[in-house]
Structure formats: C-alpha cells, structure tokens
Design a protein around this ligand. Sequence first.
Ligand code: NAD
Length: 386
Amino acid sequence: MIANITLPRQMVIGGGALKELPGLLGRVGVTKPLVVTDPFMRDSGRLAAVTELLDGAGIGWGVFADTVPDPTTDVVEAGARLIAGGDYDGLVALGGGSPIDTAKAMAILAANGGRMRDYKVPAPIPKMGLPLIAIPTTAGTGSEVTRFTVVTDTETDEKMLIAGIPATAIAAIVDYELTLSMPLRLTADTGIDALTHAIEAYVSKRANPFSDSMALSAMKLIWAHLPTVCAEPGNHAAREAMMLGATQAGMAFSNASVALVHGMSRPIGAFFHVPHGLSNAMLLPEITAFSAPAAMPRYAQCAHAMGLSDPAEGDQAAVARLIDALRRINRDLSVPTPERYGIDRKRYLELAPTMAQQALASGSPGNNPRVPTIEEMVTLYERVYA
Ligand code: NAD
C-alpha cells in the first residue's frame, strides 16, 4: 500500500522547549508573528511568557487573544481580517486545540478568501497560508501535528472539518510543562480525546504501517499515564508521557483517519456545547462495542498495547477486556452521560437524526471498521444518552 504522510517540518519536543521559539521562528523564516491565543492564556500570564521571549530576541509581534473554545466562523473571520490588515509573516498559536485550529483557519481564510464553508472536506484548499508554529498547552487534540482544523459554522452550528497541507503547522513546540496547570476535568477530557485518536487511527480502514506504529505507541503511553496525571497533576514524568502520547496519536489519526466516535461526537459538541474530549468519552465504550465485531484482531491489538490482555488469550477475551476497561475509565474519571451532563432528553432525541446525518456527511463513519446506517447511529445516540 502507498500512504501519504503529512507532518510539520520540525518539532521541538521536551520540557522547557518553549524557550526555543525565537530560534525556531528564525529557522522557518518568520520575522513578525501574530500570536493567536485565548483569554485564559492572556490573563494567566502564559501569553506574557511568550511575548517576553520574542521581546528578548528583538522580534516584533501582534496578538489575537479572542479565540473561543470550539472555534467559530465569526472568530476566524475576525482573525483573518487582522492578518489582512497587518504586516505579519507568520503565526504562533498558543493554547489547546481551539487556538491552534483558529490560527490554522485564519491563515487559510486570509490566503484564499471566501468563507470557511468553501474549504469544508472534501473541498481542496488552493493556497498555502502564513506559516504557523503551534504550541499546545493541552495533551489531547494533536492539532499541532495534524492536517486538520475544525470550525463551527456560526449560522448552522455545524462543526466543519477542513483538511490539507495548508491546515498543517510548519512547526510545533511540544513542551509538556505547559500542561502542568491543566485542571482535573480538562486533563481527563483531553486525555481521553488523545486515547480515542489512537484507537480510531488503529482500527480505521485507512490505517497504514506508519499510523499503526504511532497509534500503538500512543495507546501504551496514554493508558499507562492518564490515571496518574489525573491523580497527581504535578507528576512531570506522567505529564511528559501524556504529551508525547497525544502528539503521537495526532500523527497517527492525521495520517490514517478518525472514525465513528469522532464523526458522532462533533455534532454533540456543536449542538450542546460539550467539550470535545468529553463527547468522545461519552461515546467511546459503546461505539467500540458496536464496531469491534468487524475488526476483532485490530481491537485485540489495542487491548494488548494497553496492557489489558495477553495475546495468548485470544481476540474475543481481549476485546471484552478492552470494552470493560473503557467503561471503567469513564466511571473512574467521572465522565457523565449526556443526561447527567444536563442535556435535555427531548431536544437530544429530536436532534439525533440530524446529528447522524451530519456525522455521515463528515466522512468519518465511512472509515470505521463497521460502517453504520443512519438508523444505527440514531440508536447509538439513544443508547449512550442515559
Ligand atoms: P481548548 O483549546 O478548547 O481549551 C479548553 C479550555 O482549557 C480553555 O478555556 C483553555 O483556556 C483552557 N486551557 C488550555 N490549556 C490550559 C492549561 N495548560 N491550563 C489551564 N487551562 C488550559 O481545548 P482542547 O481540548 O485542547 O481543544 C478542543 C478543540 O480542538 C475542539 O474545537 C476540537 O474540535 C479541536 N480538535 C482539533 C483537532 C485537529 O486535528 N485540528 C483534533 C481534535 C480536536
């Protein structure tokens, strides 16, 4: 098989790597970046840590700190106007997946014009935008290495997937120390997001030997260290392992695909404003149970990589352990059902067919080992509700 592998040109990885930013900007030829971040990063002093580094190196900069969780077209368009009105020659995204995705989308829109919807998968993105250095502060989305950005259409509430080389950062700084401040809920949700990336990449119909190696390594790291980072937020070794696992999981799914969990999770996020990792977590155990019969050996390999089973046990036993373990970790990390999250039952059930349609249109369910019908997706939405 032939696999197309897309990755950033350079990754600077390790505790304290943030200080390498000025040198990295020089290496990728950026002289005046626009720093894209969110209000929390600005108000908590994390943005100042970046701008002080730039000042120290005599590098001019601007700031766009108005990004919102789950980026919207309104915010992306405002950011793209700022690029058009300035003399920036690059972007630095500081934050979780939301600021990174916002910066990617801003660069695409500024270079190509039109509306974000014009570039929704499977539409191509004709022109490359400004080079982007991504600096993640969560260990979850992997957006720093992926060829995707996810933007919610303000008019329709649709979470749109935009993909291609122009949606890939030119470089990433992967510094786990930036994740030490994550509170428990964010640590858990983003950690399960990364685990979902790894599992879905491995069972995807578009898996390949490159994505497999990244996915298995990511699963092993994340499964071993997620409970520790939740119990001991200041544990450097566990935070480092989670960050590395999340980045590897990003490399895996970006070069294979995500599948049914992500396809069904995006509409829950868009309609009910559930954080991305949490909506994935709500779905992961039941969708694994639904999908596994179509790819028992692949799911069994996941169980082995996560240390849940022994290859001698056979696939059936390994997959049963995997499904049990995914249900258990949801309980241990207090992942609520949609009902316990406070989502109105009537509205959820009314919207289930629309959510299923949107999931199908995103293309992700088509990569699942077991491709569901709309009716099966509606049943899965109903099953996870309570
Ligand atoms: P986020 O960026 O939305 O951040 C959530 C909250 O956590 C924000 O309030 C933020 O300020 C705060 N936060 C971030 N880092 C922190 C830290 N170190 N300490 C304390 N607080 C911190 O969260 P996310 O889960 O990283 O990103 C979710 C977004 O990423 C969604 O929009 C999702 O669709 C997208 N996503 C993109 C890809 C991709 O490949 N592009 C993949 C998966 C998810």
